[in-house]
Design a protein around this ligand. Sequence first.
Ligand code: H79
Length: 426
Amino acid sequence: MLDRTERTEWFLNDRFGMFIHWGLYAIPARGEWVRSHEKISIDEYQEFFEEFNPADYDPKEWAKIAKAAGQKYVVLTTKHHDGFCLFDSKLTDYKATNTPAKRDLIKEYVEAFRAEGLKVGFYYSIIDWHHEHYPAFGDRIHPMRDNEEFRDKPIDFDVYVEYMHGQVKELLTNYGKIDIMWFDFSYDDMTGEKWKATELINMIRGIQPDIIIDNRLGGNIKSSNPEVYAGDFYSPEQIVPPGGILDEDGNQIPWEACITLNDNWGYHAKDKNYKSPKQAIRTLVECVSKNGNLLLNVGPDAKGLIPDRSIEILEEVGKWMKRNGESIYGCTASRLPKPEWGRYTQKGNKLYAHVFDRGIGPIYFAGLKGKIKKARLLADGSELHVQTPWMAEQYSDIESGAFINLEGAQLPDEMDTVIELELFES
Ligand code: H79
């Protein structure tokens, strides 16, 4: 069996993935937490189950969109907190097979993305607001948390844990090789062995030895001696960790920031608060400059269509990636401090200068005097010159710095202009 470093090698190389949140909540279209936020009962939510019929569901189209954006892997909600399963689980009737969709939607998903050459992941919520043996009354987030009818309802949590393990087993047995298992999430005392996490991990590794698993079953992935269930990568949500993620000994550990394009994961009809393509590109660059990955979310609607604005943003990202992907794939943080004008990523002796801020005049590279063998604009391969500007020798702060001339008052690419610096040594 591979160790964590070996398992995560492809993941850290690929850097950029697509997250997909899709389920019954696409119909009310107020985000995937709608049942909890509005304290909706299973009965009230049932109408969405009875009408779920995504006529335009075409995961081949989703896969094309992801691939064109430069995304190398994908993670889809097989079951979110509402408990609804997109897959044909033998352990529940609460699944796509029993809706008007009448089929296993996960099977088509796996096949479509695999055919496009993307690595395939499963999001699976270990929380379940539908299962009768999941704690409801008094829980912090369950839709029925303060419904008196649930106060004295006895539950047998072991029954739920067995169900959850059984579904994970189905997911990892019935669809061939799966690359990522993305659990969501532990909270309060609902963590670690409460989920029988060691047993769960051993079962998973028995079926899919190379799969990588996030850190949300609990435990402390940052420990020098982490639990077996502490996971392969850290999963910051809606934030890029300012200094990346280090373990207790100061070593870098794999991480992946998951970020929405608007303010919701699941489809929200009124949420038009989208990030710009520029923000999406620069966020990806920021993650890589800190040794991390970016998992960028889309929330397809009730018909199965990714919102138009999300598609447009991903197209813009894809245009940039096509020309500048070398500064992302296989790249890591640089040892150099963050420059004034943007960020660095690095791959061996190739240093990628991501210039976000044009300023005026030449671009200044602290610490690189005499170290730059060649400078090229990554987007078109055109040469750039290292030159010391007139009088610059007299400035107080340039002894070890280098300047590169960039023509024009505006950046060639205002999203992010990448200068590829070939260094004499890395
Ligand atoms: O699927 C998406 C979100 O629906 C899910 N994760 C992403 C990928 C997510 N659900 N909840 N959260 C993320 C964070 C929730 C945090 C809180 Fe709480 C809920 C804070 C207060 C209530 C957790 C539970 C901490 C205390 C109770």
